[in-house]
Design a binder for this molecule. Structure first.
Ligand code: SS9
Ligand code: ZN
Length: 343
């Protein structure tokens, strides 16, 4: 399986995130991608290529122009305040506060963010655009005839919505890839999010649409991040009603429960008649993940890959979460190798 990878991911290296009430070193680190790339090479998964540049247009097919402009200008405006440390919001535009987009960079940082765990740094813009190019290059290769392609994307993307960042995500790489497949002629694309956390950003982007089916299996938002989206009654809106499927599972759910949800999701994808599948591949479903609470173990990721291959669809994998850094490479490549072995 071909892998698309860019060293520019290293430019996103936040110092700290506010998690569970305290500032802690970021869980989303460059070493995550290093470990995955090492495993791709060690297991001889296939060629590794660098992304080609695609510019802003494919990003703007998915994200709000004001939000993209904010991300592009945030760091120079923040550092012009005399701040040489990461940018994090200090409040949010909550109920009955004005909805107008603030002028000042601090106000925009609050307006265009969902949480306090996604630091904007000097290299964020370059890293995030490279991740988007990585996903787009994978889409190019899938349309060029590859059966499956792995976009080794970092920073991840599935929490990034049309007009806000969060959950370590800035551009929604999987959504940008899915839109690119649509723009290149596929009529029906499915996006399946198997990360521990609900893909609120991807749901937000495709919620009113019937041409992209979104499905997510995740920790129940009643107790898990992102708390405010990911409930089973969210089924889409307007033309998109019936094209959004959430499978929230209680924290601590066992592996067999997880695979029952997966089989339900795969059945919906087959029923939809998808012509391609984009997988938001987070492996924070691992039992040893430091910020997540499912029970999957290493062999289960092989099973996951084999089940996905059973759809017999051109498949684009986008790396999302997974914060147990030591085994992340094994788990990610287990999915990809399991997919390939199923043939
Ligand atoms: N107590 C857990 C707080 C989680 N904070 C953000 C998690 C982002 C996951 C990205 S896949
Ligand atoms: Zn996650």
């Amino acid at each position: 399986m071909l892998t698309v990878y860019s060293d520019s991911h290293r430019l996103q290296h936040g110092q700290a995130e506010l998690i569970d009430g305290t500032l802690k070193p970021c869980f989303e680190t460059p070493s995550r991608a290093d470990m995955v790339l090492a495993a791709v090479r060690e297991r001889e998964l296939g060629d590794v290529i660098h992304p080609s540049r695609h510019g802003a247009d494919p990003i703007l097919r998915v994200h709000d122009a004001g939000y993209v402009r904010f991300l592009e200008t945030a760091w120079p405006r923040w550092s012009a305040l005399g701040r040489d440390y990461d940018a994090l919001p200090k409040m949010w535009q909550v109920r009955r506060l004005r909805e107008a987009v603030p002028e000042h960079v601090e106000g925009q940082l609050c307006y265009y963010s969902m949480d306090c765990g996604t630091p904007i740094t000097a290299g964020t813009w370059q890293a995030a655009t490279a991740a988007s190019d990585t996903a787009l290059t994978a889409a190019d290769r899938l349309m060029g005839g590859e059966r499956a392609v792995f976009a080794l994307t970092r920073p991840p993307g599935h929490h990034a919505a049309r007009d806000y960042c969060g959950g370590y995500c800035f551009f929604n790489n999987a959504a940008i890839a899915a839109q690119s497949l649509r723009d290149r002629g596929l009529r029906k694309v499915a996006v399946l999010d198997v990360d521990y956390h609900h893909g609120n950003g991807t749901q937000d982007i495709f919620y009113p649409r019937a041409d992209v089916l979104f499905l997510s299996i995740h920790g129940d938002p009643r107790t898990e991040y992102p708390f405010f989206l990911g409930f089973a009654d969210e089924k889409g809106e307007g033309e998109g009603l019936g094209y959004n499927f959430n499978f929230p599972l209680p924290a601590g759910s066992c592996v067999s429960t997880w695979f029952v949800a997966l089989d339900c999701a795969l059945e919906q994808i087959a029923r939809f008649g998808a012509e391609a599948l984009v997988v938001s591949l987070g492996v924070d479903t691992y039992q040893g993940d430091p910020i997540s609470r499912f029970q999957l173990d290493s062999p289960d990721f092989v099973t996951l890959g084999a089940r996905l291959a059973g759809l017999k669809l051109p498949t684009l994998f986008c790396l999302e979460g997974g914060y147990a850094v030591e085994p992340i490479g094994t788990h990610v490549v287990n999915v990809l190798a399991g997919f390939e072995a199923r043939g």
